[in-house]
Design a protein. Sequence first.
Length: 284
Amino acid sequence: MEDWYDISIENDTDGLEPYLPTTFLVTSCIVSSIGLPLTLLAIYALYSLVQENNVAPVYVINLLISDLIQMCCFVIWVAEPKNLIMFVVSGIIYSIGLMASVGFMVCVAMERYLVIACPLWYLVCFTVWVLPLILGFLSYFILKFLQPHILLSIYLLVPFPLLIFFLAGTLKALSSSISVPLEEKRRIVGTLVLVLLNYMLLFLPTIIWFISAAITQNYPSDRILQLIAVQFSPLMDLVLYIFMKKGAVDKLLACLCLCRMTTEQEQGQMFTADSNTPQMVSSM
């Protein structure tokens, strides 16, 4: 951002007043005079769509807000303030708006792609990302009386009843549903069971250990070793790919059934061979 200031802001002969080229000021005036009212109208129109539970334009609204910030900086520059500090501050704000604009352009393109490829509940994703940031900030800077690993344990313990509720509710809904194909039912149930097993086998023991250690105030020096189980969670998450891909569950079940049938046949052949051995000996 400092390079932007070096290119766009110069000083006059006194070295006190900022200076911008005339061409830059003319284009700033044209863009701001036309873009400001139209952008405000567009934001209002898109916001009315959001009020009607249509959340698709959220990224576009943020993109227009970033454009609005840039055009407000244009207005400041066209006014040619004599204070160099105002120029520097407006340059910083403009740079932030510019970077945000590019970022939301990517978001708009990504959201449009995911509408075709797969649904995106980006409001839920945003909440899931922001909530840990807020809790982390609170634990390290505000809630100093509450140790970070205790807050982390409480936060990680909350999903346990939710996972059980989702699994039970899904099983109940699928049992009475006749429109969902059998393969889809297997994928849904398999995904939920895998997530619950991942949580119970890897996360839950660590959470219980941290909470019990906090209650008893007995913290061993090698407490970091209790996180080793959680480190295997990404590997368990990779198995979810099997349940996300259509046909993969049936292929896996068919493979398991084939292996079981092969084992049973081999055991049957061995049993038959063993039973025939005494008959051959007696005949001799």
